[in-house]
Design a protein around this ligand. Structure first.
Ligand code: ADP
Length: 714
């Protein structure tokens, strides 16, 4: 067991309702017995030498002390090496009466602010407090997040139902998807319908690509990608042309199976002929992506960032980012890709699940060493070297908001199909795991987004030869419990505050500090480790929400609730209602357009159950119609003009959607020298052709010539 876990008196941490079985049959409206006399809050800034960490688990895990650190932000290179960004308050110390201990709430590791004041007290307007029932959480489907979830619930003194219960709960915590529990008609679920599907590698690439067509400069953080098998020819041709043009160019590509995770089935290639296109008799669905050859290194090792992002609501869109994240390190010193090293997974892939099997893997006992570290410890290290980490952080926030904006349109289609408006259903929220690579020039690159980021806080370790045990992982616990607990606090049904998009900070720089939006929903508790970034930065990003407006039109014409695809009649109705046909674009041409696009998309998504035109196909049709109608404009201009025309025909119901693009687009930043995706041309032709043509114009990064066969399959 880690030496970071010192001892703590059991009564200090004993949560209410520890017996899970008992809890499940407890009276539903039971008011938990708060212990308001047990703690009084005091304030202070630091309590050196250390802040005692407590583990709220039932199985006697001891506590540890970590060094206190000043609040975010880092103010200079002399910043300390250890800081917990998930404990943004650092200001509140809590005195436990009778124990003689001074517990430093938000400054403790993972923010275990053991507030034994009655968390279930609320203040009435007359200033008197009254008790309310605890928030109830169904954890029966939580799977691997269970341990961290239990700790969070205990810290909040909420009520856990580990076996579920017949009466509704306030919150349902699912391990995989929205559908883990069927027939939920109220409360809140921690998954959105369709998120799992949307964030698969192919769908995600398509969604970002659509945005790259509309906003090439804004979406240059995603490596150039091709979808296999459908774009194999395009990929092979483009690479051949690039190599013919300049024999010195020999880029590397990373191939990722569509449904894969944890590095499974990933391999690097330098020649399209090395693609493994078929498994058995089946064509393999995958994304092949430009490999970023020059990542930022620390201690000569490649690493990536796991950032936790909460989508609190789709409508209105609310996004929060965890101020603390993880960094996962490779275990073999990095070299740029070459024939010799393409198969070296421990050099090229940062996945924990792979590197943990390397003899060089170091389980991190502290936050700033080992193969998995906190993001803050890495940022401090970079700050100490003079890196402008405020800039890095604000680039990361921008990347996150833009990525969410790319996937929201399709999520809304799933949402209306699974939870039709007007019918009883739960509301949803979801924690996502963003995997981000920093390039050598500090530009963040999006690798992927996980709909089910691992929330495990323990790892398997060989404690004696041949004897494996699950042992606590302090770094994981540090970050993940904070994220889950503060997500719950934000979703607390008794503390819901309406969000107004008037919180807009027009043209304001994206900040990493002094954030009033991290205030606790309950003024008696420490501030949150989650920072609101949207709608806070609405003005900077609102103009990007064009596809969402197209999705609104799409949903409007879907007709029957529960549908996700537009039939030919509905498509005709759309054209008629928006008055888009004319003598040189007859309804017969409309039918041909529908058939042509729908067929092509059906072939691309062979596994799709429903016939008809899905959102992505509709977007392609919309781009085509926009191109026909407003030939002289850029693609973005065409789309905006057609949207305005359609929305005007549809009347006031669409007015609110229209306002989404009213903010002026900020000037694109100066082009950086090293970017994964370079310039796109904008051509007024249907998407696949436009895409093909535009990709031809994007030069790849220059690499030394080598033509090699390689496989890094696990
Ligand atoms: P998985 O879901 O299987 O983990 P990822 O997309 O996260 O798939 O890729 C696995 C690892 O491969 C990443 O953690 C990163 O280290 C590396 N990687 C992925 N894409 C790229 C890329 N385009 N350039 C460089 N490295 C990459």
């Amino acid at each position: 067991m880690s030496h970071h876990y010192g001892h703590v008196r059991a009564e200090q941490i004993k949560p209410q309702g520890e017996d899970a079985e008992k809890e499940a049959v407890d009276s539903e409206e039971q008011v938990a017995s708060p212990d308001p006399s047990s703690i009084t809050a005091t304030t202070g800034t630091d309590a050196s030498p250390g802040l005692c960490k407590q583990r709220g688990r039932g199985h006697n895990k001891p506590a540890s002390c970590v060094k206190a650190a000043p609040d975010w932000p880092l103010r200079g290179p002399m910043a300390p090496a250890v800081i917990n960004l998930n404990n943004p308050g650092f200001e509140q110390a809590l005195h436990v009466k009778g124990s003689g201990s001074l517990l430093h709430g938000p400054s403790e590791t993972n923010g275990n602010y053991l507030i034994n004041r009655g968390p279930l007290e609320t203040r009435r307007e007359d200033g008197q407090s009254r008790k309310r029932r605890p928030v109830t959480v169904d954890t029966s489907k939580a799977k691997t997040s269970l341990e961290a979830l239990k700790m969070s619930i205990k810290q909040l003194k909420w009520k856990e139902f580990p076996l579920g219960r017949r009466a509704p709960c306030d919150i349902y915590w699912h391990g995989v998807s929205f559908h883990d529990n069927e027939n939920i008609v109220s409360g809140q679920v921690n998954k959105f319908p369709g998120m799992l599907e949307m964030l698969r590698k192919i769908n995600m690439s398509r969604a970002v690509r659509t945005m790259q067509e509309l906003f090439p400069e804004e979406y240059d953080f995603y490596p150039r990608s091709w979808i296999l098998p459908e774009e194999y020819q395009l990929f092979a041709t483009q690479i051949r042309l690039i190599k013919e043009k300049d024999a010195a160019v020999n880029p590397t590509f990373i191939v990722k199976p569509d449904g894969g995770s944890q590095g499974d089935g990933i391999y690097l290639i330098r020649d399209p002929a090395d693609l493994k296109l078929v498994v058995g008799s089946q064509a393999k669905q995958a994304v092949v992506q430009e490999y970023i050859p020059k990542p930022l290194l620390i201690d000569k090792l490649k690493f990536d960032i796991r950032l936790y992002v909460l989508i609190k609501s789709l409508e209105p869109l609310e996004i929060y980012i965890a101020k603390e994240g993880l960094t996962r390190f490779c275990t073999e010193p990095y070299q740029e890709p070459s024939q010799k090293n393409l198969t070296h997974v421990f050099m090229h892939l940062t996945n924990y699940s792979l590197n943990v099997h390397s003899g060089n893997f170091v389980h991190s006992d502290s936050q700033n060493t080992g193969s998995k570290r906190t993001l803050s410890s890495v940022l401090y290290r970079l700050a100490a070297k003079g890196v402008d980490i405020k800039r890095v952080w604000s680039d990361i926030i921008a990347l996150v908001i833009k990525t969410v904006i790319a996937v929201v349109p399709e999520l809304k289609v799933y949402h209306q199909a699974d939870i039709p408006p007007g019918k009883p259903g739960p509301t949803c929220f979801q924690i996502l795991g963003f995997d981000i690579l920093l390039m050598k020039n500090l530009k963040p690159v999006l690798l992927e987004v996980n709909s089910n980021p691992s929330m495990r806080i323990e790892h398997e370790q060989e404690v004696a030869p041949g004897v494996f045990e699950f042992v606590p992982s302090p770094v994981d616990e540090e970050v993940k419990v904070g994220v889950i607990r503060d997500t719950l606090r934000l979703m607390d049904p008794f503390h819901k505050k309406p969000v107004t998009s008037s919180q807009d900070k027009s043209r304001e720089d994206i900040q990493m500090d002094g954030d009033p939006d991290s205030r606790s929903p309950d003024e008696n508790q420490p501030s949150l480790c989650l920072k609101q970034v949207y709608p806070k930065y609405t003005k900077q990003f609102n103009h990007l929400r064009l596809v969402e407006r197209i999705a609104s039109l799409f949903i409007r014409f879907l007709g029957v609730k529960g549908n996700m695809r537009l039939g030919p009649t509905a498509f005709r109705t759309f054209i008629r209602t928006c008055k888009l046909s004319s003598s040189n674009f007859t309804m017969a041409s409309v039918d041909i357009l529908y058939i042509d696009i729908t067929r092509r998309w059906a072939a691309a998504a062979a596994d799709s159950r429903e016939a008809g035109m899905g959102l992505q196909a509709f977007v392609e049709a919309f781009f085509y119609l926009a191109g026909r109608r407003f030939r002289s404009l850029s693609l973005r201009g065409q789309v905006v003009s057609l949207l305005e025309l359609c929305e005007a025909q549809l009347g006031p119901q669409s007015e609110d959607r229209r306002s989404l693009s009213c903010g002026r687009a900020p000037q694109p930043r100066a082009v950086k020298t090293q970017t994964p995706c370079l310039t796109y041309s904008q051509l007024a032709s249907p998407a696949p052709q436009r895409r093909a043509a535009s990709q031809d114009n994007r030069p790849l990064q220059t690499l030394k010539p080598r033509t090699l066969r390689a496989s890094v399959e696990n």
